[in-house]
Design a protein around this ligand. Structure first.
Ligand code: UD1
Ligand code: CA
Length: 460
């Protein structure tokens, strides 16, 4: 029998120590809100019901997250007063099915993996399983009390722990998988008779033990999976742990990083064989790199596909673009959204391209702006060429057919079309279509004044 799976995400904390106007769960790790990480993980599991318990800044959280996760229906439950983790789950009970089981997660513990959660769910045989970890410095965390047979008896919070209990190094992650029937049974009976006068969710452990339930415990694969974010230092340190994991996975897959500590991946990166990535490269969103791609220092690549054997020189920004095979880019090139570079094309330094398609083998080597253009194959665009695509109100298209040669420092005033194999003379301002196989001049003729004397300085 497969039972339904709910997730309860506690996200009501204010996050005072972040010193931010933003609710803590909207702070970003690897470019994504903390709560977004948790919700993405939920999407990888087969979750039937997602309940988010919110408090501080709930409107802001719902406006940001509710919108991004339309395909994962979220049941938002307000906890107006933060009376403890047990209270937080209790306010979710009205939305929680009577049957099935629930994963209890935290909006500020972003990196727990779907594999770990699946294992936790499988470990829940008798009604309750939990994620614990033995650590060198357990200070501040709930400790796992086990009996002589090693069975879990209770969780003691730091502030309630005796000296002996404080020596325990197995800590409570706070992440559990619990049968809904037990949550419905135990939560109404929690008391706040403890050092912090809070309703402790952890007290359900001793209630279950009293009912004769054996509580299963498993450990996460990585310690960072259960680490929470309370301040900027912890956020930065968790970011490093995450980056290190992503980079290690890519190294195992065969990517060469000049320095694995000087690259950031804010999203997903999939790679072919023999990819090289130099220092200070940032990947954002979903990126794919083909085989033998070589990326030099300081590039920012976002939501783009880079084909086999591309060579990207230093300091390029590539956004939402598709690059074919064997393309050379940069240094200092800017590919803006909807740029398509066909195989063997070349984009050189200080070239900006937007919403344009550049054909096979075509070259735009120096100091150009190409916007809203379709360029055919074998075209040479001279240095300083500008597509004048904007009249101050509307955008217009430039079409450059195959084998065209555009002389340097030309302005192509769109809408305009340059026909197959046409030539545009350097320095031209082209305002009308140019026919195939023609030569277009759009510049003043040069005049010569003979025996010209330069002005001389007036003596005072
Ligand atoms: C809790 C556990 C502790 C465990 C630790 C792991 C309890 C009583 N203790 O500690 O055993 O080692 O987590 O980090 O559960 N929250 C709400 N509403 C509330 C209170 C908390 O939504 O009323 C949320 C917070 O936003 C946070 C999470 O629950 O995301 C944990 O709260 P926090 O106060 O950090 O937990 P602790 O009590 O320190
Ligand atoms: Ca805490």
């Amino acid at each position: 029998m497969t039972s339904s799976l709910s997730v309860i995400i506690l996200a009501a904390g204010k996050g005072t120590r972040m010193q931010s106007a933003k609710p803590k769960v909207l702070q970003t790790l690897a470019g994504k809100p903390l709560l977004g990480h948790v919700l993405d993980t939920c999407q990888q599991l087969k979750v039937d019901e997602t309940i988010v318990v919110y408090g501080f800044g709930g409107d802001q959280v719902q406006a940001t997250i509710g919108h991004n996760y339309e395909h994962l229906p979220i049941n938002w439950v307000a906890q107006t007063e933060q009376l403890g983790t047990g209270h937080a789950v209790k306010v979710a009970l009205s939305q929680l099915p009577k049957q099935g089981q629930s994963l209890i997660l935290y909006g500020d513990v972003p990196l727990v993996s779907s594999q770990t959660l699946a294992a936790l769910q499988s470990a829940n045989i008798e009604g309750m399983s939990m994620l614990t970890l033995t650590v060198s410095n357990p200070f501040g965390l709930g400790r796992i009390k086990r009996n002589a047979n090693g069975a879990i008896e209770a969780i003691v919070e730091q502030k309630d722990a005796s000296n002996a209990e404080q020596q325990i190094t197995e800590i409570n992650s706070g992440i559990y998988c619990v049968d809904n029937a037990l949550l419905h049974k135990y939560l109404p009976n929690l008391s706040n008779d403890n050092a912090q006068q809070e309703y402790y969710l952890t007290d359900i452990v001793k209630m279950a033990v009293a009912d004769g339930i054996t509580i299963a415990a498993i450990e996460p694969e990585h310690a960072f999976e259960i680490e929470g974010v309370n301040n900027r230092q912890q956020l930065a340190s968790l970011e490093r742990s995450w980056q290190s994991k992503l980079v290690t996975d890519l190294q195992v897959a065969g990517v060469q990083f000049a320095d694995p500590t000087r690259v950031d991946i804010r999203g997903s990166l999939s790679t072919g064989q023999d990819v090289f990535v130099d220092v200070n490269v940032v990947f954002e969103g979903d990126c794919t790199l083909g085989d033998n791609v070589y990326i030099e220092a300081g590039c920012v690549i976002k939501n783009s596909h880079i084909g086999n054997a591309c060579y990207i020189k230093p300091y390029c920004v590539i956004d939402s673009s598709t690059v074919g095979a064997g393309v050379d880019i940069g240094p200092f090139a800017h590919l803006r959204p909807d740029t398509v570079l066909a195989d063997n094309s070349k984009v050189g330094n200080f070239v900006e391209i937007k919403k344009s398609t550049i054909g096979h083998g075509s070259k735009i080597n120096h100091l150009s702006y190409i916007g809203d253009a379709t360029i055919g194959t074998g075209v040479n665009v001279g240095a300083g060429t500008i597509t004048c695509n904007y009249d101050g109100v509307n955008k217009a298209q430039t079409i450059i057919e195959d084998h065209v040669f555009i002389g340097s420092n030309s302005s192509l005033v769109a809408p305009v079309k340059i026909g197959d194999t046409a030539t545009v003379a350097a320095g031209s301002v082209i305002t009308e279509d140019v026919g195939a196989h023609t030569l277009a001049f759009g510049r003043a003729r040069q005049t010569i004044k003979s025996n010209y004397m330069r002005p001389t300085k007036i003596q005072k």
